[in-house]
Design a protein around this ligand. Structure first.
Ligand code: HEM
Length: 442
């Protein structure tokens, strides 16, 4: 029998509002809604957006796949699941066609061209600048005076400085506050637009479209200014950084360089994808350690294996890239359920990382889940995605985060002040409020 004929009919899911479906629940509390759906319906859950009796485009069904086997299938079967989804269309409208949003042959050419910039050996070359930037955190006003700091703000500062020095060979300190302001604005607008059942073109001057167009222009202005500054320094003074490598990069098969627009879009992707995710991973990990003095003391002793384990466990509970989506291009099945061609399929590492079958006592912070050997399916844990579209910056992020944790924990004992950590899921998972902490010198 074929997979299709053995598949049970459609996946189960919550009923939702008769006219709006699950849209209000997702807007109100996306993570709570996803966790409740998983608890009540299991590994594959169908969510309806729009009226219950409606048909596309007025009403759409989104399938959430939570079991590691289904995650594996969706991430690694590129011929069945493509990137042509609403979420990525909205991202393309906002940040152009860089490596994160491109598809098909364009993506393949870009990935081949950019991959050599992110090999472990190349990335190791950035250790020195990462260490210098981690040490520089000590002279930030709140840290120096021993008063309460916002861990998220501090980690954004660190990751923006690191990624910009790695990208441009120069810090972009003057652009840091602008980017810190713009990123949540863009995230908010993107999410609101992605959840809209009907999306008018951005050329229609609705208030939201105007805000999107304005924010997009502002971010491009920042990137153009940085690229112009870089170009004006001239080739002679130009050190070894990613922007000069982007300019020099050639497709290994065709020998073609990247166009100016492609370079701008790649810079934007690296700047945005490269700082907010790592800042989140660090904020969440420091917060968890800051609430668990015993674990913190063990990690602060400096064993690289334990530092890595704490970071992995931080990203298990709070994966910065907490969800992604694909489009089923052909009829298929997931965990035994029929998924028709044209269905939006979403994955959420936030939910799968709490799957009790693979993570006993899932809400407990325990870095030892990542020390020693463990027998888990590969896709029970996927903070960096997987398959051909996995994160190109994984080595970079892991090194950058480990350097910061080692440096900061050797100097300070972190005390996180708040018992709760409210979250805002945007494009990435972000703390909803300042993450207050005191860094006590050791
Ligand atoms: C802790 C930090 C990071 C996390 C958790 C993370 C997570 C992810 C995930 C889950 C994906 C796959 C998305 C999908 O399948 O839809 C991804 C893709 C990507 N990431 Fe990261 N990322 C991190 C850091 C970085 C850094 C530092 C950079 C660049 C400097 C970067 C650049 C990218 C790019 C360009 C892609 C798209 C790759 C492609 O489609 O070929 N990321 N990231």
């Amino acid at each position: 029998m074929t997979a299709q004929s053995t598949a049970r009919a459609s996946a189960p899911g919550p009923a939702g509002h008769p006219f709006l479906g699950m849209a209000p629940a997702f807007k109100r509390d996306m993570l709570g809604t996803l966790m409740a759906g998983f608890r009540d319906h299991g590994d594959v859950v169908a969510y309806q957006f729009g009226p219950r009796w409606g048909r596309p485009p007025l009403s759409v069904e989104v399938i959430m796949a939570h079991h590691p086997d289904a995650v594996h299938e969706v991430l690694t079967t590129g011929r069945t699941f493509s990137r042509r989804t609403t979420g990525f269309q909205v991202l393309t409208e906002l940040i152009g066609t860089g490596l994160l949003t491109s598809d098909g042959d364009v993506w393949l050419r870009q990935r081949r061209t950019l991959q050599p910039l992110f090999t472990p050996r190349r990335v190791a070359g950035y250790t020195e600048l990462m260490t210098a930037e981690a040490a520089r955190i000590a002279s930030e006003p709140g840290v120096e005076s021993g008063s309460t700091v916002d861990l998220h703000q501090l980690m954004q500062l660190y990751t923006l400085r690191v990624v910009s020095r790695a990208l441009f060979g120069d810090d972009v300190d003057e652009a840091v506050p602008e980017l810190q302001r713009l990123v949540p604005v863009l995230g908010d607008l993107a999410l609101a637009r992605a959840l809209q059942v009907v999306r008018p073109s951005l050329r229609w001057p609705t208030p939201r479209a105007r805000r999107i167009v304005r924010a997009r222009a502002e971010q491009y202005a920042i990137v153009d200014r940085i690229i112009a500054k870089h170009a004006s320094r001239g080739a002679g003074e130009d050190g070894d950084n990613m922007l000069s490598r982007l300019v020099a990069a050639r497709d290994p098969e065709t020998g073609q360089p990247l166009s100016a627009a492609e370079i701008r879009d790649q810079v934007l992707v690296f700047l945005l994808a490269g700082h907010e995710t790592t800042a989140g991973a660090l904020t969440f990990t420091l917060y968890l350690l800051g609430r668990d003095p015993a674990a913190q003391e063990r990690v602060a002793a400096g064993d690289p294996g334990l530092i890595r384990a704490a970071l992995m466990e931080g990203m298990r509970l709070y994966p910065p890239a907490y969800s992604t989506e694909r489009l089923a291009d052909v009829d298929t099945t997931l965990s035994g359920y029929h998924v028709p061609a044209g269905t939006r399929v979403m994955l959420s590492s936030y939910v799968t990382h709490r799957h009790p079958e693979f993570w006993p006592d899932p809400d407990r912070f325990d870095p030892d889940r990542f020390t020693g050997g463990h027998d888990r399916p590969r896709y029970a844990y996927f903070p960096f995605g997987g398959g051909p579209r996995s994160c190109i910056g994984e080595h970079f992020a892991l090194l950058e985060a480990a350097v910061l944790l080692r440096t900061v924990l050797a100097r300070y004992r972190i005390e996180a002040l708040d018992e709760r950590l409210p979250l805002t899921p945007m494009i990435t998972l972000r703390p909803a409020e300042p993450v207050r902490a005191v860094l006590h010198p050791r």
